[in-house]
Design a protein around this ligand. Structure first.
Ligand SMILES: Cc1ncc(COP(=O)(O)O)c(C=O)c1O
Length: 406
């Protein structure tokens, strides 16, 4: 691999240094239009809210806003960023969890739709300001993700209102004077199986049908969260988004008819699907070691990309201008933790010190999960847009880290 779009990776590394996050806007645009047009074909009353937590650089948010996408925010600062980017209020959602009074006070100021995580969260919110419309994040009792660490529903999940308590949640809101409602779920990330989305939508709609009918109310929107997956391995197949949209729409329409819900708006909050494969992490090989295993040390460890260390996520890797794979390696960062392994037993070309190693599919949950552990500086970020290379975040400096220490 030598280029991202038409831009030479080595030139980027020389100009901006490593480690370096690089995003290709053409890939982002293509992802958005594939997802949006699939859902437009089968359920036109839909809104896509980009999940800001996946990658919250202002220039990335600006791009999504330009594309006509909305935003889903998970903290007051994400909401602030979405607001200064210029997203229309009715295209912004807020989905937190274990929301503090302070957070809710801040969020209330923006008048955006809120998916509350718990009945107690609603009660806290109602004391600050009764929302015009409210939606509960429901745990429908099932969840699935690409691997265990990214399953966000079911009996082990910390998120949402257990579906057995959904009636109580909506009754509490109704009794408090709210008369407009939505319903929400987010059951897991990186799912590649279209039928799963239909299965879980079916479950949510059955819950909504029972609860809303008993209370004599109807949902204005059904928010199915994100979770649309991307391949992280050459042998994984892409999610068939057209089939996903078709199955989700079919299920929604059938259930809406059954429960006399009319045609509520369908909301989605994808992160990974929109930006995951648009991001590349450019790193430099800092050292090779033949120990009990054959190690490649690079300057991008768990501080820069924590997904492998955090939950065993796998990422494809390439060496600049070398194609023929020859050896199995363990690729590690420079952090003083033995879990700082970026890839275990990966087949790569013969590697030398100074080589450029490219980690793929890091657009989502890459920079946004990075840290300063071991007092390493967070990397710079580059956006390639209309073939122009734009520095969208400067590399951190010692002064940046010192500024807040008293
Ligand atoms: C509430 C909520 N919505 C949406 C997303 C985005 O998920 P994904 O990147 O899998 O689409 C997440 C991710 O954790 C989430 O917590």
């Amino acid at each position: 691999m030598e280029k991202i779009g038409k831009t030479d990776i080595k030139h980027l590394a020389e100009q901006f240094g490593t480690p370096l996050y690089v995003y290709d806007s053409n890939i982002i645009k293509n992802n958005y239009s594939k997802l949006k047009s699939a859902f437009d074909s089968y359920y036109p009353r839909n809104t896509v809210h980009y999940s800001v937590k996946a990658n919250s650089n202002l220039n990335i948010l600006k791009l999504f806003n330009e594309l006509g996408c909305g935003a889903d925010c998970s903290s007051p600062f994400e909401l602030y960023l979405a607001n200064i980017t210029g997203f229309a209020k009715d295209k912004i959602l807020y989905t937190g969890n274990y929301e503090s009074i302070e957070d809710l006070r801040e969020v209330s100021k923006y008048n955006v739709k809120i998916n509350v995580d718990d009945i107690n969260s609603f009660t806290r919110l109602a004391k600050i300001k009764l929302p015009e419309i409210i939606s509960f994040r429901i745990n429908p009792g099932i969840g699935r993700g690409g691997f265990e660490g990214i399953v966000t529903a079911g009996s082990d999940a910390k998120f949402g209102v257990p579906y057995e308590q959904a009636y109580e949640a909506y009754r509490t809101a109704k009794d408090s004077g709210v008369n407009r409602f939505g319903i929400h779920m987010m059951t897991g990330s990186n799912n590649l199986e279209p039928y799963y989305f239909a299965e879980v939508v079916d479950k949510l709609m059955t819950i909504a049908g029972n609860v809303f009918t008993k209370l004599g109310i109807a949902p204005e929107y059904i928010d199915i969260g994100g979770g649309f997956g991307i391949p992280y391995d050459d042998d994984e197949e892409e999610l068939n988004i057209d089939e996903t949209a078709r199955l989700v729409a079919e299920t929604l329409l059938e259930k809406c008819k059954k429960y006399h819900f009319g045609e509520p708006e369908l909301k989605m909050e994808p992160g990974r699907y929109l930006i995951g494969n648009a991001g590349f992490l450019i790193s430099k090989v800092t050292g090779l070691k033949n120990s009990y295993k054959r190690f490649i040390g690079i300057d991008a460890g768990m501080n820069v990309l924590i997904r492998p260390a955090l939950y065993g996520a796998r990422h494809r890797m390439k060496i600049y201008a070398k194609e023929d794979r020859k050896n199995f390696y363990y690729v590690c960062g420079q952090i003083c933790e033995n879990s700082d392994i970026m890839a275990a037993h990966i087949y790569l070309p013969e590697v030398e010190e100074g080589d450029i190693l490219i980690i793929q599919d890091v657009g989502a949950y890459g920079f946004s999960m990075s840290s300063n552990y071991n007092n390493r500086l967070r990397p710079a970020e580059i956006l390639i847009k209309n073939e122009k290379v734009q520095l969208i975040r400067a590399r951190e400096t010692y002064e940046d880290l010192l500024r807040l220490m008293k």
